[in-house]
Ligand binder design. Sequence first.
Ligand SMILES: *Cc1c(COP(=O)(O)O)cnc(C)c1O
Length: 379
Amino acid sequence: MNLIRPTWVEINLDDVIYNFLKIKKAVGNKKVIGVVKADAYGHGAIEISKILEHYGAYALATASLEEALNLREAGISLPILVLGYVDPSALEVASSQNIAVTLFDRNFIKRLKIYDSKAKSVLNVHVNVDTGMGRIGISPKELLFVVKSIENLNNVHFQGLYTHFATADSDIQFAEEQLDIFNRLIKDLYLHKISPDFIHCANSAAILTLGKKSHFNSVRPGIILYGLPPSPVLKSFTLKPVLSFKTRIIYIKKISPGRSISYGRTFVAKKEMLVATIPVGYADGLPRKLSNIGEVLVKGRRAKIVGNVTMDQTIIDVTGFPNIHPGNEVILIGKQGNEEITATEIADKVDTINYEIVSRIGKRVKRIFIKGGQSGKKV
Ligand SMILES: *Cc1c(COP(=O)(O)O)cnc(C)c1O
């Protein structure tokens, strides 16, 4: 009995290992903080983290404390840094689980003082300075005050200093200006005899474009761990895309000229056609914007999406495809024969970035993990 809908994602863990080792080599064995936020960009944070732990990542980074605690519950013991907001009431939980938090607002010092007065364990803090990202982070001129305030506390440790690039994939000059500000801040701290254990700023794009001068003693790659370029033009070393998104044909029919397909009748057949329905829709992360413009792979060939993508089902044109049956495998993202559809290709079509395509693949899509060329389950 197979109760699983035949729409699934395959995560090739061998390719994660390949990408990770490539990155490690590219950064000259600096410490790697693997970014596994948003369920590892849709790839499955627990399994990805286990691989990174086994192959020598120094730490992991998540967006929220909840994500970090999920990794602890799964038995992952690497240090974890939460990049985003952590509620002050949860600082004791964070420190007791060896989870470092980010200070990005000077008002947080008050909360750290309260924590410090009752603390049972040391809380590691990384300070995020906004050198140009304009999202979170204290302003550069607040840094010294913030760091000195932390150093006055007994149970809070200033473990790291970091910043985040806005344009390391596109405007290198602006990224270098950010880097200059960051370097000046580090010098300032040194003059005051303060040196954090970790200094980091390089995301995937910076690792590829800015190189060594952005590596300091640790780096924070995300998207390249998953084998995807941070922007369509950036490919300074080969990566292997880790994720494939697959489904199977569930229904095939002939339609005559004049018949329309799907909601809104945005597609009307001009000739007799053979169309197939696949059980995947926008609730699974197949963007509705692919309606009438997207493509998938069947029998090693490209087939067009016809009509509007619906929540759970989509129709494709298989006119002239030989020997086509319900049950045939359909590739939404990945390779089949000599053809490949990448997350980046889909992103370009719907005017977004590959990050959004993979991280929004739906929760109900089963992830199947492959290692040593073998998967545990068949669909
Ligand atoms: C998401 C994120 C990263 C990783 O970015 P990539 O472009 O995926 O390498 C690094 N640092 C911070 C602060 C982030 O939010």
